[in-house]
Design a protein around this ligand. Structure first.
Ligand code: FEO
Length: 175
């Protein structure tokens, strides 16, 4: 494998593990703050991020490439509000998307077809994850100024019926 692409994939692992760790911490804070629907969505996102990290690990191991697991910092355990938390999720996902796009460009330049195929999956996944975060943030901005509004959005998340939330995420949140 091209050395720059290998280095880039190993560096990208940190973003996926960091997101998993942060989203788990977020789900704990959301549960503590009586938002079980939000908490269940974030817990599922945390699991998804671990799967993402493993997809890269498996790809590198299958191709006999050196994997370097990153150290992961302690995540924040409190948030100013659910809106601040969701806003952080969206910017996190945008940063992951930017990293995936860089890796995609490296894979294309190296004509590395297996890596391009792997990264194509991530391109689609990132589009869905950004859309879900944007949809939920939009609901909070629209109706989350009151406790009643937040309770309604939390119930929507518990049922997986947030408009604009991709079907796969909606099904995950409902489980
Ligand atoms: Fe694996 Fe949400 O990026």
């Amino acid at each position: 494998m091209n050395a720059k692409l290998l280095k880039g994939m190993n560096e990208h692992l940190k973003l996926e593990f960091k997101a998993s760790h942060e989203y788990l911490a977020m789900s704990i804070w959301l549960a503590e703050n009586d938002l079980p629907g939000f908490a269940s969505w974030m817990r599922q996102q945390s699991s998804d991020e671990l799967l993402h990290a493993r997809k890269f690990v498996d790809h590198l191991v299958e191709r006999d490439q050196k994997v370097v697991l990153p150290a992961v910092a302690q995540p924040p355990m409190t948030w100013e509000s659910a809106e601040a938390l969701c806003s952080h999720v969206l910017s996190n996902e945008q940063a992951v998307t930017a990293s995936i796009n860089e890796l995609y460009a490296l894979a294309e330049a190296a004509k590395d077809r297996p890596a391009v195929i792997l990264l194509q999956w991530f391109v689609n996944e990132q589009m869905e994850e950004e859309a879900a975060a944007r949809a939920i943030l939009g609901r909070i901005r629209l109706g989350g100024k009151t406790g009643v509004g937040m309770l309604m959005i939390d119930q929507e998340l518990a049922k997986g019926t947030v408009p604009g939330m991709p079907a796969a995420d909606a099904a995950d949140a409902a489980n």
